[in-house]
Design a protein around this ligand. Sequence first.
Ligand SMILES: CC(C)(COP(=O)(O)OP(=O)(O)OC[C@H]1O[C@@H](n2cnc3c(N)ncnc32)[C@H](O)[C@@H]1OP(=O)(O)O)[C@@H](O)C(=O)NCCC(=O)NCCS
Length: 184
Amino acid sequence: MLRAATCDDAEGTWAYRRLPDVNEWLTGTFDTYDDYVTQFTDPDRLAATVIVERHDATLIGDFMLRRQDAWAQSDVAARAAAQEVELGWVLDPAHAGHGYATEAVEELLRHSFEELCVHRVVASCFTANVTSWRLMERLGMRREAHTRRDAFHRSGQWLDSFGYALLADEWRRDRTDSGGLTSR
Ligand SMILES: CC(C)(COP(=O)(O)OP(=O)(O)OC[C@H]1O[C@@H](n2cnc3c(N)ncnc32)[C@H](O)[C@@H]1OP(=O)(O)O)[C@@H](O)C(=O)NCCC(=O)NCCS
């Protein structure tokens, strides 16, 4: 089940987000639980956070769905307003490897295209984050950028990134062609 996050989800998400293997590729970091709660409950962040629960109501992940303006020339910018969604994902490793993230992101794509009616969905990751880009490929997202040493990692290294996207047209075409998920 997917639902909107609340301040009360800070503790449940902290349980896995504090693990070094989970935090390795994430942007945010925190020194204490109080720091984490302050970040998690920031109203902008909370509004973009989707909680993933299993059928038995166990919290297994927190994903991001952030609606934003697409790039446009200034005279037509109003027509591109809120036409893009950026997605992100963090799954409790205790529940990895069962397809839960795939199922959740498939629904976020459907919601973005069918209910929010956006033109394009984007997501990005470090190239070294193999499970993340494999997830995007499994969902039929298209790799459209491989940027060289564009992102500074807390290890002290400049790392490469991948940018993925899916257009509303592509999503509809893939669903028509395959009757559901696209696997590549
Ligand atoms: C990225 C992340 C969400 C991917 O999690 P995941 O467990 O690989 O994804 P899923 O839950 O969709 O599971 C897919 C795996 O389950 C398998 N699977 C089993 N049943 C499945 C099903 N019914 N449907 C799809 N996959 C299934 C798949 O084959 C796949 O395994 P494989 O990679 O060995 O082929 C997870 O690694 C994570 O949270 N990482 C830490 C945080 C992070 O890096 N976030 C991204 C920052 S950019």
